[in-house]
Write a protein that binds this ligand. Structure first.
Ligand code: ADP
Ligand code: ADP
Ligand code: MG
Length: 243
């Protein structure tokens, strides 16, 4: 335990919550402990990603343990990979039909960055990743007749549009709901977001759903929302030593 505290202090990882799993220090631990596909590990190395950043060190084991998290770390600290790797590891065993994870991004640009990252990581592994581009096209593409889909990335507007179709075109009994850049989504002037998030939450309320929020700053709005709505929340903060 002393060793764990030292690692956290060294990387300025602050955690709040019960039974927080130990941080991981190498990507190889994902293979030895969680059976990450070796090709994904290879893809990481090929992309020049050798060791996890602090947010990845702590957020990845949390998500691998199925914990609900609020993960805050500055822009550029590798939050995309911090949620993409657990999604790919959890979903590598084929299971039910339909989407198994949803990632909400505040803008189309960020959504397509996440999309490209997932494609790069899952190259050669036969994953299916989808991004909602034009909502009206998507309504056709993702209709009830469509087959196995794993990860869906969308802006809130587009997802809400699809959820409001009658008859519904999307089945979101997913295992993960990830909300990226949640501080941006909760910003003033986006007052509609709380309503959208409530609708998305309701649509993603299957028995197995876990939720993870990522944010550049841990704003009071985001933190309060997560405390109220997430189950046994763990919050992770990188960078300032307040713990
Ligand atoms: P954030 O979402 O926190 O702003 P990103 O996920 O966009 O950050 O990552 C920023 C950059 O850091 C990207 O170019 C990404 O490829 C790179 N990166 C992510 N994780 C690592 C890592 N473990 N080692 C080296 N570079 C990384
Ligand atoms: P985004 O939030 O993704 O940047 P928009 O808010 O413009 O984009 O909406 C996303 C998509 O949702 C649009 O491409 C459009 O096809 C669809 N959409 C949204 N609202 C409506 C509507 N009332 N009627 C038809 N299509 C809609
Ligand atoms: Mg990001």
């Amino acid at each position: 335990q002393e060793k764990v505290n030292r690692i956290r202090a060294q990387h300025r990882i602050n955690v709040h919550g019960c039974d927080v799993p130990d941080p991981m220090c190498t990507f190889e631990e994902l293979q030895s402990e969680y059976k990450l596909h070796s090709r994904i590990l290879q893809n990481l190395k090929n992309a020049g990603l050798d060791s996890p950043t602090p947010i990845q060190m702590q957020a990845i084991p949390l998500m691998m343990h199925g914990r609900e998290v609020l993960a805050c770390a500055p822009t550029g600290s590798g939050k995309t990979l911090a949620f993409c790797l657990p999604l790919l590891t959890h979903l590598q065993q084929p299971a039910n039909l339909g989407f198994r994870a949803v990632v909400i991004s505040p803008t189309r640009e960020l959504a397509s960055q996440t999309y490209r990252e997932l494609l790069r990581l899952s190259d050669g592994v036969g994953f299916r990743v989808h991004i909602i581009d034009k909502a009206s096209l998507a309504a056709k593409k993702y209709g009830p007749q469509s087959n196995k889909k794993y990860i869906l990335i969308s802006t809130p507007n587009r997802l809400i549009y699809l959820l409001n179709q009658d008859p519904p075109t999307l089945n979101l009994s997913v295992e993960w709901l990830v909300v990226d850049e949640s501080d941006k989504l909760f910003e003033d002037g986006k007052s509609g977001f709380r309503e959208q998030l409530a609708a998305i939450f309701l649509a993603c309320s299957g028995p197995k759903v876990r939720r993870a929020f990522f944010s550049a700053t841990c704003t009071p709005d985001v933190e309060q929302w997560c405390r109220l709505n997430l189950d046994n929340l763990v919050s992770v903060n990188i960078g300032h030593n307040t713990a």
